[in-house]
Design a protein around this ligand. Structure first.
Ligand code: NAD
Length: 477
């Protein structure tokens, strides 16, 4: 279904994110006929260039980052027809009056802040000062949303000077992933899972976001942040919230976000002994310390932790989180380990296996549930577990395997005015309020991350964190 006509201004329209994610996402939506004829995309950045020069650059980017759709010359021409460009200086006065005259009054207005967060305030102020944004206009802001509670609060306050919370769309692209939304469908659209979704039946939950790449060219940026700020405070926290939250009364933005916020507020601060921080060693590639400028850096490229949520539903069920760079493979998943049946009627040597529900976010999005059955054949009652695989491709045909990129869904939600999959200001602040004291505690103690082998599952201490509780991480690769 096509969305309403819109003017989407991409501040930072010549940047890396615009080229790799935003423009390809818009193009794929165009090819799927979700973008109406009257839609317009206006790139706005510092570079002085003509709209035609920008369109050529966009076309090159699409060939690289949306190659399948870009092969159709008619589609490409149709999309480029809707693309315009304007040099605008976020910190100066150049370009703003021109932008005002370009904007149409009777369509949805969206402004994507794909620039450094230091410029958010300048953009918000000028949009207001030049009377460009009308009342229903939406702004989209990228991560990082602050680097601690103080900076997040001041960013929220700056945006709030000119925009209402209902106009602000804070992107966490993990929320746009099809399987993450499916997690809610599985939990709240079936009667099978929700009655078991609590401490009585769930032994523990594992959330893993493993990356095989190092910090590479982003070394100096990453070193100021680390895995806790870069991944846990936002992405892993969001996944935890969606897994642990109470059923909202409706699938509506504030109802969902209220429930997520309650989870963050109930999340206990773990003792430092339940946190493992690591840095990758050198292998075929340089070590973490060689990738960053600070030779004595104590920033972590890996973190694992055991968390408790202090509420009735989850009392006694730990949530184990881990994320890191230069691990064995690229893989993100949420794994819910159910408890074993309370009594086994089978012989001990029949074996017993708990049910495991795993929600794979990448590489191949899908959900599978392991179920115990009898091993086929005449060998007596021996139990094995088989996956009930709900991979999109198998269940819904090959087109379903062509899962849309998270940005496609999220940008269309901005145009539709649906904030459900975006973080609210108080959620972001609550997440920082939980994160900050932990970072302060290990910094104060002068803790050093432990080195780990590249291509591994992280430091040995991370496995020990699980062994202590007689549990094991799922294989990373
Ligand atoms: P980039 O450095 O590639 O691009 C920055 C853009 O901002 C350019 O278009 C530049 O012209 C524009 N710009 C800079 N100063 C300006 C000014 N004074 N006035 C107008 N325009 C100005 O950055 P990027 O990688 O595209 O990232 C953009 C934002 O998205 C950042 O906040 C970043 O943290 C965030 N982000 C990026 C990625 C990614 O994969 N690149 C992922 C997540 C979040």
């Amino acid at each position: 279904i096509p969305v309403d006509p819109f003017d989407l201004v991409i501040f930072g329209g010549t940047g890396d994110l615009a080229r790799r994610k935003i423009l390809p996402a818009l193009y794929r939506r165009f090819c799927d006929e979700q973008m109406p004829r009257e839609a317009r995309i206006i790139g706005a950045a510092r570079t002085e260039q003509s709209p035609q020069e920008y369109r050529d650059w966009v076309a090159e980017g699409l060939k690289e980052f949306a190659p399948r759709s870009a092969a159709d010359p008619d589609a490409m021409a149709g999309f480029l027809d809707r693309v315009d460009y304007l040099p605008v200086d976020a910190k100066g006065e150049g370009g703003w009056s021109d932008l005002k005259s370009k904007m149409r009054a009777n369509v949805v207005q969206a402004f994507y802040f794909s620039v450094a967060p230091a410029l958010f305030g300048d953009l918000a102020e000028r949009l207001h000062h030049y009377g460009i944004a009308h009342e229903g206009a939406r702004i989209v802001v990228e991560k990082p949303f602050g680097r601690d509670l103080g900076t997040a609060r001041s960013l929220n306050a700056t945006l709030a000077e000119h925009f209402d919370e209902s106009q602000i769309y804070r992107i966490d692209h993990y929320l746009g992933k099809e399987t993450v939304q499916n997690l809610m469908a599985v939990r709240f659209g079936n009667v099978l899972f929700e009655p078991l979704w609590n401490a009585q039946y769930v032994d523990h939950v594992q959330i893993t976001v493993a990356e095989s790449v190092g910090v590479g060219g982003r070394g100096s940026y990453y070193d100021k942040s680390g895995a806790m700020r870069d991944m846990v405070q936002n992405h892993l926290m969001q996944l935890l919230c969606l897994t642990a939250m109470e059923p909202p009364s409706r699938f509506e933005p504030d109802a969902v976000r209220d429930e997520k916020l309650k989870v963050i507020r109930a999340l206990q601060s773990p003792p430092l002994k339940d946190i493992v921080r690591g840095q990758y060693k050198a292998g075929d590639n340089p070590s973490y310390l060689d990738d960053v400028e600070e030779p004595d850096s104590r920033t972590e490229s890996f973190i694992a932790m055991k968390l408790h949520i202090a509420n009735w539903r989850w009392n006694g069920t730990p949530f184990y989180l881990r994320t890191g760079k230069r691990l064995k493979t690229r893989k993100s998943e949420i794994v819910v380990h159910f408890k074993e049946p309370p009594h086994s009627i089978f012989d001990e040597d029949a074996g017993s296996r708990p049910n495991i529900l795993s929600i794979r976010l990448q590489p191949d999005e899908g959900i599978d549930l392991s179920v115990t059955i009898k091993e086929p054949g005449p060998g007596g009652m021996r139990l094995i577990d088989v996956p009930l695989d709900m991979s999109f491709a198998d269940a819904l045909g090959p087109e379903a395997a062509d899962v849309p990129d998270a940005y496609e869904r999220l940008i269309m939600d901005v145009i539709r005015g649906n904030q459900t999959l975006f973080m609210r200001g108080d959620e972001v602040e609550a997440a920082w309020a939980w994160t900050d004291p932990l970072i302060e505690a290990w910094t104060e103690r002068g803790d050093r991350p432990v080195p780990y082998e590249p291509g591994s599952a992280g430091p040995e201490d991370s496995a020990i964190l699980m062994h202590r509780d007689s549990r094991r991480w799922r294989e990373v690769g």
